[in-house]
Unconditional design. Structure first.
Length: 248
């Protein structure tokens, strides 16, 4: 009789080669898939062209462009993204990306932890720790993200409450966890809006559903991590305590 599952020796899960390269911090998963299909990746000396082929970095020798791939030192970076910059490794339209801001930094490949659209600005995290990034971005973890939003109206208390109650747009539920008025002028105002989940253009769509346009949108905090006085277009390493606090 074949051995029962309980009698089988324990083994570590084997992931597809593209995912392994990403988890090791060598490149993004999409970059890994492209490199594999181009024949630039080998496993135990043999070129592999299937991104989904199982690979085990602890038992196999993996190389990218002839150079051995090993787990990179885990890095965690905060960047103050300017408006007009694309959060992408490459842009087919030739627009500036966040990687243009990092190209002189001498850092290994880092992936963005979540997104900010081109017109938005503020705090963006990048890391080569894919497991840490996944914990921060998974909706079930409900990590608060705080935004300061300039709008082309002066919402009253009832309107702010409607932002929290939410709307359904294109089949998606959009709501703020918190919305308060920070200050108001004659024709526009600044709001603080807190989300505990993030959908594509979440705040812009939520406010547009109530006839309000966004003039500026700045992410000022993720969890307990504040943008602070980090200059626009600049970055810094997160402190170990900050990394651990975000993990919690």
């Amino acid at each position: 009789m074949p051995p029962s599952p309980a009698m089988k020796p324990p083994g570590k899960p084997r992931h597809g080669l593209a995912r392994v390269l990403s988890k090791l911090g060598a490149c993004s998963r999409s970059q890994a898939e492209r490199a594999i299909r181009e024949g630039r990746v080998s496993v135990d000396g043999r070129v592999v062209r299937d991104p989904e082929r199982p690979a085990d970095p602890e038992r196999q020798r993996i190389a990218l462009d002839g150079a051995p791939v090993a787990a990179s030192t885990r890095l965690y970076v905060a960047l103050n993204k300017p408006r007009g910059i694309v959060v992408s490794a490459a842009d087919e339209r030739g627009r500036d990306t966040v990687y243009d801001l990092l190209k002189e930094a001498g850092l290994p490949w880092l992936g963005p932890v979540g997104r900010l659209d081109k017109a938005s600005e503020g705090l963006l995290l990048l890391s080569n720790d894919s497991a840490w990034a996944a914990r921060l971005t998974e909706p079930r973890h409900h990590v608060d993200k705080t935004y300061h939003v300039q709008v082309d109206a002066i919402p009253d208390a009832a309107m702010l409450e409607r932002f929290v109650q939410g709307v359904t747009d294109e089949g998606e539920r959009l709501a703020a966890r918190k919305a308060v008025l920070l200050r108001a002028g004659e024709k526009n105002a600044w709001l603080e809006i807190v989300l505990d989940e993030g959908r594509n253009r979440h705040i812009r769509r939520l406010l547009a559903a109530h006839g309000i346009g966004v003039l500026r949108l700045v992410r000022v905090a993720i969890g307990g991590l504040s943008l602070g006085d980090l200059p626009k277009g600049q970055w810094r390493h997160l402190q170990p305590g900050e990394v651990a606090a975000l993990s919690r």
